[in-house]
Design a protein around this ligand. Structure first.
Ligand SMILES: Cc1ncc(COP(=O)(O)O)c(C=O)c1O
Length: 433
């Protein structure tokens, strides 16, 4: 089946800059196009008409956006900003400010040409979009064995792609060799990889050396001729709590690494700016030699998947964030919340170092960042039984995942953290008897 001529146009724009990016696209990605004609195009052409009867929203007789006062009274935004649709690509000023923020937070990028972020309905949707565009059922996703469980739905179940895991850690450090070996297992070809730092569930981010080693591993595979798309899930970006840990996104290193490596940055306000229910995320592309023309085509395909799935992301959230990012107090307030999480992180360190007896029952996995840390119970203890005992007898709720117990210190008051670890210890002792 041939593609729609508008999809062909985008494919040609991509191929003319870098054929690898086209080859990496899934069948759905190749077929995707953002309709320039149709309702959206016709509405755009009519936008300056004296009478514009194109738009599927309601306007009052004076031309203002129709709204219910009972809702409007509670929202401190003009009715245009609160109630109208946002574009499928996202609010233009927000896309621009987020791109500027990506550069500021990732100085290694310098003035490398990257795409304008396309707004998704938060990170889950961004991950889903990336998977739709770049993974076919014949592909195998490469992922560490400790990963956010929803990848199974948003990537594997949604595309039919398989998955190949490598052990996340090698001793106390990141298993860069494990990733490299897993990439080369199936020989030279297309590779779809997902990485998430700070990691959910472990709370680990690579050290500076590990981050560069990861970049080198990707480059070595690309040099062999493999074409690699790396989905970088930066949900917890910025929450690094130990010295020597890589503070930028891996996107900084991969966006310019090689003409065979396409980096897709999935990030957003959800966790970074403490607005979980706002549902504002971003999808941003970077590849060595990428041009504005090629990124425009990728953005159009991305917006096409947005249009197909949710039509557009919520406007009020985007408008509120735009105001926040333009505010002089944003950085200070954000730092205060970072400090709150850092105090919790430090408290976990203090608890573990002041209770050497805990090592009889569980050991912490490496952690240095994010919202979480994990402990691994002794082999004789079943992690699910431990979780259930903690809920029922100790009234402490924790997550069991892949044989680990995950502690969300982000949501536990600092003064209660000692009780959490003491409860884990006591429950472990009970199960050992
Ligand atoms: C690693 C990771 N990525 C993505 C998400 C999804 O974020 P959002 O709520 O923005 O969809 C989460 C949420 O828990 C997460 O832990």
């Amino acid at each position: 089946m041939g593609y729609n001529p508008q999809a062909e146009e985008l494919n040609t724009a991509i191929c003319s800059v870098n054929r690898v990016v086209y080859d990496l696209l899934s069948e759905k990605g190749k077929a995707a196009y953002f309709p320039k004609k149709g309702i959206l195009g016709q509405a755009a052409e009519a936008s300056n008409c004296r009478i514009n009867a194109t738009i599927g929203i309601a306007l009052d007789d004076d031309g203002s956006t129709t709204c219910l006062k009972v809702i409007d009274d509670k929202i401190n935004l003009t009715s245009d900003r609160a109630f109208k649709y946002a574009p499928s690509f996202g609010v233009p000023a927000l896309r621009k400010i987020w791109q500027d923020m990506i550069r500021k937070k990732n100085p290694t990028l310098g003035d490398t040409t990257i795409s304008l972020p396309v707004v998704s309905c938060a990170l889950t949707h961004g991950i889903y979009i990336a998977a739709q565009m770049f993974a076919d059922s014949s592909d195998t996703l490469i992922s560490p064995d400790f990963f956010w469980g929803n990848y199974k739905l948003a990537i594997n179940a949604a595309t039919g792609a398989g998955v190949k895991h490598y052990p996340t850690f090698d001793g106390e450090g990141y298993n860069v060799v494990g990733l490299a070996e897993t990439m080369s297992l199936a020989g030279v070809g297309k590779k779809v990889v997902i990485l998430n730092f700070p990691n959910n569930p472990t709370g680990y981010t690579p050290t500076n050396e590990e981050a560069y080693a990861l970049r080198d591993a990707f480059v070595a595979e690309a040099e062999k001729g493999s074409k690699i798309v790396v989905i970088i899930d930066d949900a917890y970006f910025g929450l690094v709590f130990r010295d020597g840990v890589y503070e930028e996104s891996l996107f900084s290193l991969l966006a310019t690494a090689h003409k065979n490596i396409l980096a897709i940055k999935i990030d957003g306000a959800t966790k970074e700016d403490y607005v979980w229910g706002f549902r504002t995320g971003f999808v941003t592309y970077g590849i060595q030699g990428g041009t504005a023309e090629m990124y425009t085509a990728l953005e159009a395909k991305t917006a096409a998947v947005v249009r197909a799935t949710i039509s557009n992301a919520p406007n009020p959230s985007q408008q509120l964030l735009l105001d926040a990012y333009s505010s002089s107090v944003y950085e200070t307030q954000k730092k205060e919340k970072y400090n709150l999480l850092k105090r919790r992180f430090d408290m976990v360190d203090t608890i573990l170092s002041s209770h050497p007896e805990y090592a009889e029952c569980f050991k912490p996995l490496p952690y240095n960042s994010g919202y979480f840390m994990c402990v691994e119970p002794d082999v004789e203890i079943n992690a699910e039984e431990l979780r259930v005992l903690l809920v029922n007898k100790y009234s402490v709720g924790l997550i069991h995942t892949e044989g680990l117990i995950r502690v969300a210190f982000s949501s536990t008051p600092t003064h209660l953290l000692p009780e959490v670890f003491e409860a884990i210890y006591q429950a472990c002792l009970e199960l050992k008897q």
